[in-house]
Ligand binder design. Sequence first.
Ligand code: MG
Length: 359
Amino acid sequence: MTQQNVVVSDTKSGINRAVTVAQKPPTVPGGYISYPRSRRVLKNLENNGEQRINAWVDSMRASSPTHAKSNPSLAEEQYKSWILRHPSALDMFEQIMDASKGKQIVMFLDYDGTLSPIVDDPERAFMSNSMRKTVRKLARCFPTAIVTGRCRDKVYNFVRLAELYYAGSHGMDIKGPSKNSKFFKGKKAEEVLFQPASEFLPMIDEVYQQLVEKTKSTPGASVENNKFCVSVHFRCVDEKKWGELAQHVKSVLKEYPKLRLTQGRKVLEIRPTIKWDKGKALEFLLASLGFANCAEVFPIYIGDDKTDEDAFKKLRDRGQGFGILVSKFPKDTSASYSLQEPNEASDGLSSAFGGVETS
Ligand SMILES: [Mg+2]
């Protein structure tokens, strides 16, 4: 038997939590982290506050690994096994192009950790000029959208390309390009505007203020108002303080049953309980582009985070296109392919799609 992280759903608070439980050895070679559900475990933990916080911290560790593996050769074996299942998108470029023949590629790009590196200060997560050039090139070839947990205005200020679609706040704030798009089949692209959680705006502002106050005592913690969701970043928080931070967030959230907590890399995210995520945003954007029930579309989604999994899964469910996970570590994912880091994505996509553009 091995120890494994399990995500459980707290129906009262709407919080998804991970706990460590004894599991049968994973069937996937390499045994990387996976997230099956377990109601029995949830029940056992229901009345134990301290264990619940420990579960949060375990989940934070699972989403945000901070230590190199204690056994490098085992880690290498696990990576080799994982990369066989999720080969580099650059190595598979020919096959990808073959699969997309005769279909319209639509590009979806996450921002943090995909177009920009994860840096200590989230306000300074700038994308490089070469990455901007690559994205501009992509947008000339295909309809292209940025799908991010960040506030839409903020990510626009980072990217500064008017020809893109932007889906901010995990897809809860979608807007078409301000520059008209040659790919758009329906009404004018700039008229696309969708905000399914607008009634939550006052509540999000309130929670933001409270989280700023509560987390002041945790050195390194920062709270970001992303309009339809709030992010509590712990990139600069000592791991010993993660439990304390989780406790602060929990104490605020318990007063707001209409909000739920999800996790990303070094970030806790508080968002409305509405059934909307990056996968739904992808679907909405495809429909806006006129590809709702179209077999001739080939969506490609590139992301690095747990919240991108909703989009990867949506592509699997549709049986169209594929997801690319940006990660140096083996992760349980619905993405088909992988890239190691944002720079690899920039260099590789630029040379690969440069050829597509000229042809
Ligand atoms: Mg990301």
